[in-house]
Write a protein that binds this ligand. Structure first.
Ligand SMILES: *[C@@H]1O[C@H](CO)[C@@H](O)[C@H](O)[C@H]1NC(C)=O
Ligand SMILES: *[C@@H]1O[C@H](CO)[C@@H](O)[C@H](O)[C@H]1NC(C)=O
Ligand SMILES: *[C@@H]1O[C@H](CO)[C@@H](O)[C@H](O)[C@H]1NC(C)=O
Length: 337
């Protein structure tokens, strides 16, 4: 008993990086050969080869509360953009194509009892970690330390909500996190009781604005390796390349936490340490015709900014997610379905 518990802990601590968001387009350092699509098959991700399966674990069927931990220095405008995005997830009064329309695809997923993922996503209490409590270079395990500090703080600790809380840890643009910029822009997992005291689903997303915008804030910044012809970045909808780039990564991770919070619910792939989840399947696809190196059909704002969905007070560019009902990637701005 003790041995198997200990083995489990060692397994968890030794687990390779999983559930990471890999940027688009794939860089020379990203090995995409395990992906279910070759470039030529990436037309909106439609494929007979995708075997997304439900592995019987829980999904987030209760009203979801997002608890943001702002790690490091964040200005009020940046916070407002991200809060507006989170608040847009459940706001059905926003004109089509809307962020809440995007979340409807996530709601199609169910648990063993047939209960759908919650339609209601609200912003809960937030915590500032202005003084970089765990330094400016974080490991995957020290991210859990940051969460622990936030739920055990002596003043205004975040509530402990393992059933319907989603802890969103956002690191400022001067913070490096293990594997950031080389293989991930964000990831999701759950906290270990041995470290944090509870099993809490969480996601981390970094602001890549200074460290690697061409990697994590594409297409609002271009990777260094693209040629001069393709070098022109798109104008970001809220005037902050790092934060506008984070929005799609936050959306990606939230869709995956909701459908696979404990890594035993909805995912494709044979390798349980490298599951391919509902947003992984649609990376780089933002509109009709997307796939390969094409983002798909997007919208132009009057000021020349590029976006694909409306939110509260502002616009966002958010990648699509896989619909297991349609068997392809979709979003509210789809022209053909
Ligand atoms: C990429 O991964 C595949 C298997 O997933 C492996 O066979 C191949 O050698 C890898 N390529 C590189 C360049 O690491
Ligand atoms: C719940 O999921 C089922 C199965 O995917 C789907 O048919 C139904 O429309 C979903 N309900 C809502 C409210 O999204
Ligand atoms: C869930 O949220 C809805 C509004 O979106 C609200 O009407 C309902 O009372 C909430 N349920 C619980 C259990 O809090």
């Amino acid at each position: 008993m003790a041995a198997s518990f200990f083995t489990l802990i060692i397994f968890l601590l030794a687990s390779p990086p999983v559930y990471g968001w890999r940027p688009w387009p794939p860089s020379s350092t990203t090995n995409t050969s395990h992906y279910p699509f070759s470039d030529s098959k990436k037309y909106e991700g439609s494929s007979d080869f995708v075997k997304l399966r439900y592995h019987m674990g829980p999904v987030l069927t209760s009203n979801i509360t997002i608890h943001i931990i702002w790690y490091g220095t964040w200005n009020p405008t940046q916070k407002k953009i991200i809060r507006d995005f989170v608040n847009s997830l459940s706001d059905t009064s926003v004109p089509h194509p809307s962020i809440s329309g995007w979340w409807r695809t996530v709601q199609l997923y169910t648990d063993q009892t047939g209960a759908n993922i919650s339609k209601s996503v609200v912003l809960g209490e937030e915590k500032n970690d202005r003084l970089y409590s765990h330094g400016k270079s974080l490991t995957r395990l020290s991210l859990q330390g940051v969460i622990k500090s936030a739920i055990t703080a002596s003043t205004r600790p975040l509530p402990i909500n393992p059933r319907s809380g989603l802890y969103l840890l956002l690191t400022a643009d001067d913070v490096y996190v293990q594997d950031f910029c080389t293989s991930v822009c964000g990831f999701h997992y759950f906290t270990f009781p041995s470290l944090v005291g509870y099993t809490l689903p969480y996601a981390w997303v970094g602001n890549s604005g200074k460290l690697c915008p061409g990697y994590c804030a594409y297409p609002f910044a271009m990777p260094a390796y693209v040629g001069p012809a393709e070098r022109k970045a798109m104008k970001s909808p809220n005037g902050d390349v790092g934060v506008d780039g984070m929005i799609s990564v936050i959306a990606h991770e939230m869709a995956e936490v909701a459908t696979n919070p404990l890594a035993n619910a909805w995912y494709a792939g044979e390798d349980p340490t490298f599951p391919v989840e509902i947003a992984d399947l649609c990376e780089g696809i933002y509109g009709t015709g997307g796939g390969g190196s094409y983002t798909g059909q997007l919208l132009d704002a009057r000021d020349g900014a590029t976006y694909n969905m409306n939110g509260i007070r502002r616009r966002f560019l958010v990648q699509w997610v896989w619909s297991h009902v349609l068997s392809y990637c979709t979003g509210p701005n789809a022209l053909d379905h």
